[in-house]
Write a protein that binds this ligand. Structure first.
Ligand code: HSE
Length: 336
């Protein structure tokens, strides 16, 4: 399988590292031998029709931080790479933009119109144009997979749509943002300040390129929309979500909640057709009370009752667990 990799930040580099680390294992276990034939970031593209040497590309980008400085790199955009470099699948991991969805939206549409499968962790396009994207995939007979976009390593979409396919999912409630959960946990347990704790989350590589997306609740809202559409078969968009972030949570509010046996968590909920993101008081012994960068989601189902899954919602390797699982599923399906 030939892959165009679009985006070479934390997730894109993590993808390359995961392929290097698991190359032999993937071949021995699945007979899967992916070749990354192009890598693009905002500065340019490096191409090798026969497959790039990922270790060399990683080490040259680590030196300068830019793809354009790799030997042989061209001033070719990601969009041009999708159009011009022959491949079966596009891994789209550029930063999320929930205002326009770009550049990810154009990358995904162009890829699918060119007959390429798409695997992505990019929330913006899915939260704004879910129907258009899924219809484009269908029309062009390609797969569009996005397990990594909501809940990172937690297999929420596959769990609901594959393992629980006999159940109707009636509601979803969860903590879907690691950055805000980390900030709230540290403020609760150690009384740290907001700004310094946000910087720590950025150093962990889990905050968005623009961390206001995390703090304002936008990131949670985008993920809630993706889960609602993918799991409950709805056609909601980011604009349907009532959103309140953690900007106004004070150390005093956290201390008061603690005295009464509660923690404050940024919770996303879809219930009775309403989508909401807001800080909520969660009892300390409740399953939604997970610490640090952890995420959690509870599905209320018609047959199985409540199912709660806890896991890592961000991070270079963790997010690539979901990306790799989507790619392998496409690989298995396209082999028939
Ligand atoms: N900024 C996001 C988070 C990354 O903190 O959860 C994963 O989408």
């Amino acid at each position: 399988m030939r892959i165009n990799l679009i985006g070479f930040g934390v997730i894109g580099k993590g993808f390359a590292r995961a392929l290097v680390r698991k190359r032999t294992w993937l071949r021995e276990k699945y007979g899967f031998q992916p070749e990354v034939v192009s890598i693009s970031d905002v500065t340019g593209t490096v191409v090798s029709e026969g497959g790039l040497d990922l270790e060399k590309t990683l080490s040259s980008v680590e030196r300068t931080g830019r793809v354009i400085d790799c030997p042989g790199a061209e001033e070719m955009t990601g969009l041009e790479a999708i159009r011009e470099v022959d491949a079966d699948l596009v891994v789209e991991v550029t930063p999320t933009n929930v205002d326009t969805g770009e550049p990810g939206l154009s990358h995904m549409l162009t890829a699918m119109e060119a007959g390429k499968h798409v695997v992505t962790s990019n929330k913006g396009p899915l939260a704004l144009e879910f129907k258009r994207l899924t219809e484009t995939a269908k029309k062009n007979g390609v797969h569009l997979k996005f397990e990594a976009s909501a809940g990172g390593a937690m297999p929420l979409i596959n769990l609901a749509n594959e393992i629980l396919s006999g159940d109707e999912i009636l509601s979803i409630k969860g903590i879907l943002n690691g950055t805000t959960n980390y900030i709230l946990t540290r403020m609760t347990k150690e009384g740290t300040g907001f700004e310094s704790t946000l910087r720590e989350a950025q150093e962990l590589g889990i905050a968005e390129t623009d961390p206001t997306y995390d703090i304002s609740g936008s990131d949670t809202a985008a993920k809630l929309v993706i889960l609602t559409n993918a799991i409950m078969g709805k056609n909601t968009t980011y604009r349907d979500v009532k959103i309140e972030g953690i900007n106004r949570i004070t150390p005093e509010a956290i201390a008061l909640a603690k005295e009464d046996g509660y923690v404050i968590k940024l919770v996303g909920t879809v219930e009775n057709g309403e989508l909401e993101v807001a800080p909520k008081l969660v009892p300390m012994n409740h399953p939604l009370n997970v610490d640090g960068t952890l995420n959690v989601a509870t599905f209320q189902t018609d047959l199985a009752g409540e199912i709660t899954i806890v896991g890592t919602g961000a991070g270079a390797m963790e997010t690539n667990s979901a990306i790799l699982s989507d790619i392998l599923s496409i690989f298995r399906n396209s082999r028939g």
